[in-house]
Ligand binder design. Structure first.
Ligand SMILES: Nc1ncnc2c1ncn2[C@@H]1O[C@H](COP(=O)(O)OP(=O)(O)OP(=O)(O)O)[C@@H](O)[C@H]1O
Ligand SMILES: [Mg+2]
Length: 277
């Protein structure tokens, strides 16, 4: 089978709470996400972000429309437990670790039934090493910092090597520095391991570090922004600055003051024009 073009494909997705005349938590959502993307979802409270994630991850059923994840039509799947175990990993705002189990045991849980004890333990150790917690495997959640607990939750979500990671405000209960560490971890997983990631966030600083931001309102996608690479972002900002505008206008007086030749101005104009709008 060829790899599907889209890892996530929703068409006219609807979810109504409370029957007809109830709340349209999702009101016709069309969303496509290619394998390997890192996409954020923003929007006001109650706009349907968590509902969208839950439907995509088969934690909740849609009322209408279609949702195809990694080539599997969720409306047609009967064994949703197996789908969830192998195709998606979830990370929530609150880590949801079991408090009486160690970090290692928490990461092993999703592999129960799939792997034997020794393999499970080896895989859990590998994952905890990957999230930088090789020296904390025997700690209980209560003995870990908030950021460390969230890293355990990321390791647990990846236990069965899913192609898709869904994260609902994973940095929402963390301080800025720990939140940035979690985000950096997600970026590494996306970049180095090819995990496709959809992350809900209220934090613009988090969203800016993803490839694309999807904005929701009243159960609909109202806008999508592609985020450029940092240099493109800098060029865009420079292009719209006062100085950038003077350069683009070929301000001879400014060029003379800066000691830049006509050729130099032309080169700067070309550079600025690479900063697409
Ligand atoms: N189980 C439920 N029963 C009834 N209504 C629900 C249920 N879950 C969500 N809703 C409603 O659906 C709408 C979308 O909720 P959702 O949790 O998806 O919003 P959100 O964008 O994630 O908000 P937040 O940023 O506050 O987490 C809201 O109006 C909410 O009240
Ligand atoms: Mg939510």
């Amino acid at each position: 089978m060829n790899a599907p073009r889209w890892l996530i494909e929703t068409r006219n997705l609807t979810k109504i709470y409370g029957g007809n005349g109830g709340i349209h938590a999702l009101d016709g959502v069309d969303l496509t996400i290619a394998p390997g993307e890192l996409v954020s979802v923003m929007g006001p409270s109650g706009s349907g972000k968590s509902t969208l994630l839950n439907v995509i991850g088969a934690l909740d059923r849609a009322d209408g429309g279609s949702v195809i994840i990694n080539g599997q039509d969720l409306t047609a799947i009967t064994d949703l437990d197996s789908f969830r175990a192998h195709t998606v990993g979830f990370v929530f705002q609150l880590h949801n670790l079991l408090p009486t189990l160690t970090a290692l045991e928490n990461v092993e849980i999703p592999m129960t039934g799939n792997l034997g004890g020794a393999e499970r333990s080896a895989r859990a150790r590998e994952l905890l090493g990957m999230v930088g917690l090789a020296d904390r495997m025997g700690h209980l959640p209560g003995q870990l910092s908030g950021g460390q607990r969230q890293r355990v939750a990321v390791a647990r979500a990846l236990a069965n090597n899913p192609p898709l990671l869904l994260a609902d405000e994973p940095t929402g209960s963390l301080d800025t520095a720990s939140g940035q560490e979690i985000l950096q971890l997600l970026r590494n997983l996306n970049h180095s391991h090819g995990v496709t990631i959809l992350v809900v966030t209220h934090d613009l600083n988090v969203a800016r570090q993803t490839n694309r931001v999807v904005f929701m309102q009243d159960g609909r996608i109202i806008r999508e922004d592609i985020i450029g690479t940092p240099i493109e972002e800098d060029l865009k900002a420079w292009k719209h600055s006062g100085l950038g505008q003077h350069i683009l206008a070929g301000d001879k007086e400014l060029a003379a003051r800066l000691g830049i030749s006509a050729k130099g101005i032309k080169a700067l104009q070309d550079l600025l024009n690479q900063g697409e709008d």
